[in-house]
Write a protein that binds this ligand. Structure first.
Ligand SMILES: C[S@@+](CC[C@H](N)C(=O)[O-])C[C@H]1O[C@@H](n2cnc3c(N)ncnc32)[C@H](O)[C@@H]1O
Length: 401
């Protein structure tokens, strides 16, 4: 089988070297027992000063970095053998893909087609969401000419950057078997908690469908006005079969199950409601960008020394309580069998609330040190996080497991 894999890689390298016929290359997923240098790599031909280059876009799960190479300078073979399990080479005349199985076998697929090559070296072409997409016009991010409204450009960037993290993590989780492989009859259920005007809800729906990932998306917000407006937009776009909206409190939602939970700036403890609901409804993936934090700040009165040095300044007290809140949220998820990382999903110039808690359910048993650290931390600061209250039963049963 190794020979088949070697042959397939050689063939992919050869197709990529025909840069004049190349549309794009996507490297994603991770081979068993291998580490990839990035979560995903995209390669596409671009014209720079009349010369054909290959642009390599490396995505580390937080951000994308683009580098340009002359075709002869790029060591494609090394990239293709660096641990990715999915290799897609799209040419003008068709596609060639390799899927490397857990046993290291190459499953090769060839399809004929008519793909368009776009050679402009324009960063806008790297946008995930076309500003002229009808959904962006309908939700009010773009004007009627398809141009992003200046007042909405930060929200547009937040949604874009959120999706830039969501999409590869989702694909990797599907490849790793942490999420089922979605089909039209069994799509991935994604719930957006505290969806407001549903910029992200519609963005996730449109972008993932475009990537051929069947999804059923639900937006929840306490405000009936938002629900009605969002339902109206979904109908106008003709997508109401795969996107729905409910006016509900997150903690009392009638939705009982979701594969993926997302929340962008759900106010204060609504973020805790979102995480708690996601855990209790057995969501496998959580993407939570918290908003303001008031819960712990009001609990911080008996400050452990020598930390009073920091908390005596209001501004620093606020920041330390924000950090403490999110550190405890991440630790609680760890204790409940999630692999967690905390990342900046977007530059601070677009929102000061730019942190994201990303959690993937692995079911791994937390180590004793993790539990001890959590217990010592809440004892030391004499706090009871809102999330711990909501997940009390789950925390007790994970401690006794
Ligand atoms: C800051 S807005 C963010 C909206 C949207 N996610 C975005 O990023 O544009 C927070 C939203 O959460 C909703 N919300 C706050 N608490 C909630 C709760 N307990 N249950 C449901 N929705 C809630 C609010 O109505 C508001 O629309």
């Amino acid at each position: 089988m190794a020979t088949v894999l070697d042959e397939a890689i050689t063939q992919a390298v050869s197709l990529i070297s025909d840069a004049h016929n190349l549309v794009r290359v996507v490297l994603s997923g991770r081979r068993r027992n291998m580490q990839t240098p990035f979560e995903r790599i995209d390669i596409r031909p671009v014209l720079i000063k009349e010369l054909l280059h290959l642009q390599v876009i490396e995505n580390d799960g937080r951000q994308s970095t683009a580098k340009n190479f002359l075709p002869a300078q790029l060591d494609t073979h090394t990239l293709l053998t660096s641990g990715f399990s999915n290799i897609l080479v799209e040419q003008i005349t068709g596609s060639f893909s390799i899927r490397i199985s857990k046993k290291g076998e190459a499953l090769v697929t060839r399809t004929k087609g008519n793909n368009e090559q776009v050679l402009t070296h324009d960063r806008n072409k790297n946008r995930l969401l076309n500003p002229a997409d009808p959904f962006l016009i309908e939700v009010g991010i773009s004007d009627s000419k398809g141009v992003i409204k200046p007042s909405k450009s930060d929200k547009y960037m937040q949604v874009e950057e959120f999706l830039r993290i969501l999409a590869p993590t989702l694909t990797n989780a599907i490849d790793a078997g942490q999420l089922h492989k979605p089909t039209q009859s069994n799509p991935l259920v994604i719930t957006d908690l505290g969806c407001g005007h549903a910029y992200l809800t519609f963005g996730a729906h449109q972008y993932l469908q475009e990537q051929n990932i069947p999804v059923s998306v639900i937006g929840i917000d306490i405000r009936a006005k938002s629900r009605d407006r969002n339902i109206g937009i979904a109908k106008k776009l003709g997508i109401e079969k795969s996107i729905e909206f409910r006016a509900q409190e997150i903690s009392e939602t009638t939705i009982s199950k979701s594969d993926v939970a997302i929340a962008l700036h759900a106010c204060d403890t609504a973020t805790d409601d979102a995480i708690a609901w996601a855990v209790q409804s057995d969501a496998k993936l959580l993407f939570i960008a918290p908003c303001c934090h008031h819960d712990l700040q009001s609990q911080l009165s008996d400050i452990p020394e020598p930390w009073a040095m920091l908390t005596k300044h209001g501004l620093m007290k606020e920041r330390i309580s924000d950090l403490l809140t999110d550190a405890l949220r991440a630790q609680i998820l760890r204790l409940l069998g999630y692999r967690v990382d905390v990342i900046e999903f977007i530059g601070g110039e677009h929102t000061p609330r730019n942190m994201m808690i990303r959690a993937v359910k692995t079911g791994a048993k937390p180590d004793a040190q993790d539990r001890k650290r959590y217990e010592e931390m809440i004892a030391m600061w004499k706090v009871k996080p809102a999330l711990a209250e909501r997940l009390e039963k789950e925390l007790v049963s994970s401690a006794s497991a």
